[in-house]
Structure formats: structure tokens, C-alpha cells
Design a protein around this ligand. Structure first.
Ligand code: IPE
Ligand code: IPE
Ligand code: MG
Length: 249
């Protein structure tokens, strides 16, 4: 693994990596265990990806932890996930501080149970001065929700006379998204073999490289992140141009 890590070109790191942590339920089912068993083991993988990203020098890491669609799951699973969040955050704040990692969130926290929201707010407050990496949890998040929210804000500003229609562009629109303080992710990783976006960062991923890993989330290890970064570094990102144009730059 050290070998993989040493192959990474630290001058060509993605600034922001986004991860769809998928496959907890299937991981548990494969062992004849209830789905929530998979979620509990998923926490270990969260630690792996966070440590690996910080060690290699990634500045922003966004993890999809709960989508707006996930409310449709069985009540027991939803409440377990919410409780797991409280427990994990309360336990991990010390480690985040030790490693200079700042906890942040995107998504509508107002619909979360009080205890979950409080734990999150406290975790964010307690880590707000950390500067090495931002760990961004997407919670009760969906890309469409964020875009609609941004449209409302922009429309409100125009209506109030604080903004003109001519001033609506990609930059001012991005400023209304919940991801406004973060650069767009250059790399998106999804585990579990599914190859869909499931309403994640629809605006922000428009030019990201996608990597779909055939493993379930609880099996995710540091080496998977290093390998994904290495694959990313071997891609030619053309942004609409042709190869020859890039070589001249
Ligand atoms: C991802 O694993 C965790 C969350 C969505 C919270 P899943 O729970 O979706 O696991 P699978 O996809 O059903 O195996
Ligand atoms: C996406 O996974 C959401 C999270 C990882 C939090 P899902 O398992 O909910 O996605 P679908 O339903 O299979 O598309
Ligand atoms: Mg899933």
C-alpha cells in the first residue's frame, strides 16, 4: 500500500474528492446479517477514507451519507442510521481535531432528528478552526434539492432588486448552492458496483472523473482511495479540447 501511495503525484492531486458510500446492506446480507450491521461496519470505512485522503493531502472530501430519497427506507433503518451518526460524530471529534480536520455538512439539516442535528452542529463548531482538510457530510442532501433551493435564492434576490437577471451566471449561481465554499470535485468514487449518480452533486460533478468500484462500502480501504487517485492521474482531462491542444499548455 505504501508503494501505491508513493506513486501518487502530489502536484496533480484532486483538490476535492466525492464519494458515494454504497453497498452496506448487501455487504451485511452476504453474511446473513441485518442491513444495520452493514451500516455499523461502514463507519470503519469512513475512517479509512478520511485518514487516507488527509494523509495524501486532499483538501476537500465529500461523503454521501444520507440522501433525501433515503427517508423512504424502513423506519428502523432510518432511525438506526441517524443514531449511528450521533454516536460516530460524538466519538470522532477528538480524532478530527487531532488531525486538523474540519467537519462540515451539505443538505437540509432541519428535517433531521434533534439529537442528530445537535451532534452535527456541535461537531462543526468544535472543529471549525481546523485547516488541513474539510470533511463534508452530505446529509438529507440531493442535487435537485440544492439546485431548486439555489433557484429560489437567486429569484428572491432578483425580486428584491439586489441582483439583475443579467448578473445570473455560473459563478453567481454556484454562490447560491450549499457547496458554494468548495471547489467542484474532480473525482467521484462510488462503491458497490452501481453506476448511477443517485441525485448526488448534479451541478458540481459536471466535469468530474467517475470511478465505480466493485466492492461494498464496508470493505473500502486506504489502498482503494490511492488506486482511484492514481487512475485519476492517468486520465487526460480535455474539457472539450483535443489532446494536441493540451500538450501545448
Ligand atoms: C449505503 O449502503 C449507505 C446508505 C445509503 C446510507 P446501502 O444501505 O445503500 O446498501 P445497499 O446498496 O442496499 O447494499
Ligand atoms: C445513494 O445510495 C445514497 C447514499 C450513499 C447515501 P442509495 O443506495 O440510496 O442509492 P440507490 O437508491 O441505490 O440509487
Ligand atoms: Mg445502496
Amino acid at each position: 500500500m505504501e508503494d501505491l501511495k508513493s506513486q501518487i503525484d502530489i502536484d496533480k492531486l484532486p483538490k476535492h474528492i466525492a464519494v458515494i458510500m454504497d453497498g452496506n446492506g448487501r455487504w451485511a446480507k452476504a453474511q446473513g446479517k441485518p442491513r444495520v450491521f452493514g451500516h455499523r461496519h461502514g463507519v470503519k470505512a469512513v475512517r479509512e477514507v478520511t485518514e487516507a485522503a488527509a494523509e495524501v493531502g486532499i483538501r476537500y472530501l465529500t461523503l454521501y451519507a444520507f440522501s433525501t430519497e433515503n427517508w423512504n427506507r424502513p423506519t428502523l433503518e432510518v432511525t438506526t442510521l441517524m443514531r449511528l451518526l450521533v454516536d460516530t460524530i460524538s466519538k470522532e471529534v477528538k480524532t478530527l481535531n487531532k488531525n486538523n480536520i474540519r467537519l462540515r455538512t451539505i443538505g437540509d439539516l432541519s428535517r433531521l432528528p434533534n439529537a442528530t442535528r445537535k451532534a452535527l452542529l456541535k461537531g462543526m463548531e468544535d472543529t471549525k478552526d481546523n485547516t488541513r482538510m474539510d470533511l463534508i457530510l452530505a446529509l438529507n442532501y440531493s442535487g435537485r434539492w440544492d439546485i431548486v433551493n439555489a433557484v429560489k435564492q437567486v429569484a428572491g434576490a432578483v425580486k428584491a432588486g439586489d441582483m439583475s437577471i443579467e448578473n445570473i451566471d455560473e459563478t453567481s449561481f454556484k454562490a447560491a448552492l450549499s457547496t458554494r465554499e468548495f471547489p467542484d470535485p474532480e473525482l467521484m468514487i462510488r462503491t458497490s458496483g452501481e453506476t448511477r449518480l443517485s441525485n448526488f452533486l448534479l451541478w458540481e460533478l459536471s466535469y468530474a472523473e467517475f470511478q465505480f468500484l466493485p466492492i461494498f462500502w464496508p470493505d473500502f480501504q486506504k489502498a482503494h482511495l490511492y488506486n482511484s487517485i492514481l487512475n485519476f492521474q492517468n486520465k487526460e482531462r480535455r474539457f472539450g479540447m483535443i489532446s494536441e491542444q493540451l500538450l501545448g499548455r
